[in-house]
Design a protein around this ligand. Structure first.
Ligand code: SF4
Length: 553
């Protein structure tokens, strides 16, 4: 990358010239330029701000920045990977801003944040932010800037209280969390005053024009890619899935009105196209989109797509991908066990998986990547045997197709029916078992680090007490050993690591995001959990688990 990566950018929008008294904003991505500029969310927020003449926005990455103002009024971060918080704290220190909101004064900018990590569970990071934006940015970002302008020049206290009344804007310092003991469970979460809303609801954009790249550059991690969002959320509602539950309802980009014009615009400046979305093949006009992309004029285009639903892998899809320089397709099957797939509501038969593999090969693809998971609540050792059998059957049924199984460990996510379950300690053993069995069968096995899943679970279910722990860990390095060391150091001041990571919570426990409402009420999440429990061998994972079918009314 050049010293000035910005010079290679091709913009797909026209930035406004900032007014003389424009609001000065630094918008940061807490990682390198190549990573940040590949985030469609970051691109969109930056472009939205840059198109407003009443805003003067400058970008900052850990290795590059545009000329920064001597003093900015707002400093924003887009957080899309949990461990980027380390860089976020580094950036604050570099700009001589206290890392805790409580230590900032009138001389400091207001620190705001958004993005998938914060929308899922902002609490471990709550003390680092003055303002957190929850949900889709389309309307929320404009509402935020407008509301800020209404009270611009007022002191922090008044400004934050004003912003707290805007739907989707969360001001962590205006909520008090109490605990049953310093290392006990949460006892209550309440606003500090009666005029602060008791709950904050994640904002949902309901239009049919979704996001598309605002910039294309050779310096992106996916060099020169133009990204277009085909769908948002996923209607399948697998019980563990944040990508579905947190972003409901399922929305699609209009083919004629939005998708095709965006693709045409992007392909004027590049020949690399990425179709994004949790379940793009479920776009009702996906076939028409394929027909469009199959046209001769796109012969030089390289097409990349996100993982697709297994029973939508047709020969036609495989054929277009192969023609457009893609050799492989990825499907998420989660488990070879039909019982486990019922537990998670994955509506998929083993025969359909074999069929998808056959289509991939006959369409001209060279390899098929499957995604699986171990440690799914209710999973028994025999279920992992079924995964081995499934992989072997695919290999036998479709010889010559390169097969890979990527496998992660179940991690509980907020706002999903499985948010009450902890990480299964058996998962690590099961990953090792799969590695041994599959590699000996000539099947490529790529496990995700079990330790990384443990850290993800900690952050996923963490509360505000984690902020002091995260601050310590950043100096120790990001291994599980570092977290254990920090927990030991803070013993008595917060629960044990296992309480966050492994414990199955009772359904009446106050979770850290109790006051932050997602798309579905808790009663619906519990109903979906009950449906899953019908397929458990036992009611709940262990004798000691507080989660049983009987515990849900
Ligand atoms: S099909 Fe995939 S994206 Fe959709 S809910 Fe299931 S796991 Fe999530």
């Amino acid at each position: 990358m050049t010293n000035n990566p910005f010079s290679a950018e091709r913009l797909l929008f026209t930035p406004a010239t900032p007014d003389r008294d424009a609001v000065s904003i630094i918008f940061a991505f807490p990682n390198e330029y190549s990573v940040g500029i590949t985030s469609l969310g970051y691109q969109i927020v930056w472009a939205t701000l840059a198109m407003r003449p009443d805003v003067d926005v400058r970008r900052l990455f850990t290795d590059a920045n545009e000329p920064l103002p001597a003093r900015s009024e707002l400093l924003g971060f887009s957080l899309s990977w949990e461990l980027d918080y380390v860089h976020l704290l580094d950036v604050l220190e570099r700009l001589e801003i206290p890392i805790y909101s409580r230590d900032r004064s009138e001389n400091h900018p207001l620190i705001f944040g958004g993005g998938p990590v914060l929308t899922a569970n902002p609490e471990p990071f709550a003390d680092f932010f003055d303002i957190i934006l929850l949900g889709d940015g389309e309307n929320l970002l404009g509402d935020f800037i407008d509301a800020y302008r209404d009270v611009r020049g007022e002191n922090r206290r008044k400004t934050l209280r004003h912003l707290a009344r805007v739907p989707g804007i969360y001001i962590p310092s205006l909520y008090e969390v109490t605990y049953t003991a310093p290392d006990g469970a949460i006892a209550s979460i309440s606003p500090i005053d009666a005029d602060i809303p008791a709950t904050i609801t994640k904002q949902t954009y309901r239009g049919n024009t979704l996001s598309a790249s605002s910039v294309v550059t050779e310096n992106a991690a996916w060099s020169n890619i133009f990204m277009v969002e085909v769908v948002r959320s996923c209607p399948e509602m697998c019980r563990f899935c944040l990508a579905s539950y947190l972003t409901l309802p399922f929305r699609v980009s209009s083919l004629e009105g939005s998708l095709i014009p965006a693709i045409d615009r992007g392909l004027q400046v590049t020949d690399r196209l990425g179709l994004l979305g949790a379940s793009i093949t479920q776009h009702p006009e996906f076939e028409d989109l394929l027909d469009y992309l199959g046209k001769d004029k796109f012969d030089s285009v390289r097409l990349s797509i996100a993982s697709v639903r297994t029973n939508t892998v047709t020969e036609k899809l495989a054929n277009i991908l192969a023609k457009r320089d893609t050799q492989s397709i990825t499907i998420a099957v989660e488990s070879g066990s039909e019982r486990v797939r019922k537990i998670i509501n994955k509506k998929l038969e083993t025969d359909e998986i074999i069929q998808a593999a056959a289509h991939a090969k006959s369409g001209g693809l060279k390899s098929l990547k499957l995604y699986g998971m171990v440690g799914i609540p209710g999973e028994e050792p025999e279920d992992v045997d079924r995964t081995v059998e499934m992989m072997r059957s695919i290999k036998k049924a479709v010889p010559g197709l390169r097969l890979t199984l990527g496998c992660s460990t179940f991690v509980p996510k907020s706002h999903t029916p499985f948010q009450w379950f902890g990480v299964d300690p058996q998962a690590e053993k099961r990953l090792k078992f799969l590695r041994k069995e599959l590699r000996s069968s000539g099947i490529d096995f790529r496990p995700e680090s079990y330790n990384w899943s443990v850290i993800q679970a900690l952050i996923s279910r963490g509360d505000r007490r984690l902020s002091s722990l995260l601050e310590l860990v950043r100096h120790y390095g990001d291994s599980v050993g570092s977290y254990k060391r920090a927990f030991k150091q803070l013993r008595g001041k917060l629960p044990e690591m296992d309480d966050y990571v492994r414990t199955d919570y009772s359904l009446d426990r106050i979770l850290p995001w109790h006051h932050l409402h997602g798309p579905l009420p808790t009663a619906i999440l519990q109903k979906h959990l009950t449906e899953s429990l019908q397929h458990f061998r036992k009611n709940g994972r262990s004798e000691r688990s507080p989660i049983t079918a009987n515990s849900i009314d």
